[in-house]
Ligand binder design. Structure first.
Ligand code: NAP
Length: 336
């Protein structure tokens, strides 16, 4: 039977997920939508010609009998409340990042899920579903490059709006590296430092850009992540894992190789949505399939919590200029 999904938040990613559920994925349909602005919910439904109902608010949607599972794609500060309500209602919930805006908020969700006795939450960290990162993980797990020693990463955007301020480089941008690198290395972070190179003239006054985040893991791996959100030339994600026996690089997205005007070049993507479009499809398809099989396997509430703890330490390090310790609690057996 088709899984009946309700969407809370009919903005950019909510609409995008509704489109993929309706046009690309199998096994689910969107039956309910809500948004603080009801017109927005109607626009989503009309745009995709859905037979779905608009609900007054997220809580009414969560409790609707016609809804089997929830997608939380509203504004970040609302996530904790809706995820907790979904757990209390015993319904599966896919929550876009952040799981909650504070580590304490994530911990409340972890505790509620453990009390419910069953994994009900998947966090919208899509990079573990990207085929390039999966190839990297396979190579590392198979021992092809020996033990990982260092990781060099870059997360570059062409530009960001005036609303993007310095801590967002961590909470909105680095958060994806914080998640995917834990998964890639099967490790946890123990410390973070942030250093600020010369500022680009293309950055507005409220964002320090670029930044370099230096992380250390329990196993002693050293990671550097360049965050450069006004790099102008494109949306570019780089990841090179240096091991004892060799180096594994994240593959470049497919792009035509051009020879023209005495040049030899390949185009770089500019839109983040395009870079990970297959991964967004795969993460949601996995959520739907896992529910049908009765057990979630994607990024968990614990992963959301771990990323939030590391992110808080990075923001502290931005302010202090010092190396900040990351205190990661022991992972409960529930999330083994
Ligand atoms: P957006 O376009 O602003 O959409 C959010 C929508 O939720 C807006 O329509 C907003 O209405 C609505 N909303 C806010 N509070 C609500 C509430 N209490 N109940 C119902 N609807 C509510 O933002 P977005 O870009 O789609 O991002 C949404 C979330 O997805 C964010 O947490 C973001 O970090 C995450 N995200 C993740 C990725 C990823 O790569 N995984 C990519 C993009 C976004 P108003 O506009 O009227 O406030």
């Amino acid at each position: 039977m088709s899984l009946r999904i309700g969407i809370i938040g009919a903005g950019a990613i909510g609409t995008d997920h509704a489109r993929r559920i309706t046009n690309t994925l199998s096994g689910a349909q969107v039956v309910a939508v809500t948004d603080v602005n009801p017109e927005q919910a109607h626009t989503l439904i009309d745009g995709l010609q859905l037979k779905a109902q608009v609900y007054r608010d997220g809580h009414e949607l969560i409790h609707a009998e016609s809804v089997d599972a929830i997608l939380v794609t509203s504004w970040g500060p609302t996530h904790e409340e809706f995820v907790l309500a979904a757990i209390a209602a015993g319904k599966y919930v896919f929550c876009e990042k952040p799981l909650a805006t504070t580590a304490d908020g994530c911990r409340h969700i972890v505790d509620a899920e453990i009390n419910a006795g069953k994994r009900l939450v998947q966090v919208g960290f899509m990079r573990p579903y990207d085929s390039g990162y999966r190839q990297l993980k396979q190579a590392i797990d198979a021992g092809e490059i020996g033990a990982p020693l260092m990781v060099h990463c870059a997360h570059r955007n062409p530009s960001v709006p005036e609303s993007y301020v310095t801590p967002m480089a961590i909470h909105d941008t680095l958060i994806h590296e914080l998640d995917v690198l834990r998964w890639l290395l099967d490790d946890d972070y123990v410390s973070a430092q942030v250093v600020f190179p010369r500022k680009t003239r293309h950055a507005h006054s409220k964002v320090a850009d670029p930044q370099i985040v230096l992380l250390e893991t329990r196993k002693g791996v050293r990671i550097d992540v360049e965050i450069f959100v006004n790099c102008r030339y494109g949306y570019d994600i780089q990841c090179a894992v240096v091991g004892e026996e060799g180096i594994a690089n994240l593959p470049e997205p497919q792009s035509l190789l051009m020879r023209k005007d005495a040049m030899h070049y390949a185009r770089v993507l500019t839109d983040w949505k395009q870079r990970f479009i297959d991964a967004y499809d795969s993460e949601l398809q996995a959520f739907i399939k896992d529910i049908q099989n009765g057990a979630l396997s994607g990024p968990s509430a614990w992963d959301g919590f771990a990323a939030a703890i590391a992110a808080d330490a990075c923001v502290k390090a931005q302010d202090s200029g010092r190396i900040e310790t990351i205190e990661m609690p022991t992972r409960p057996a529930f999330y083994a």
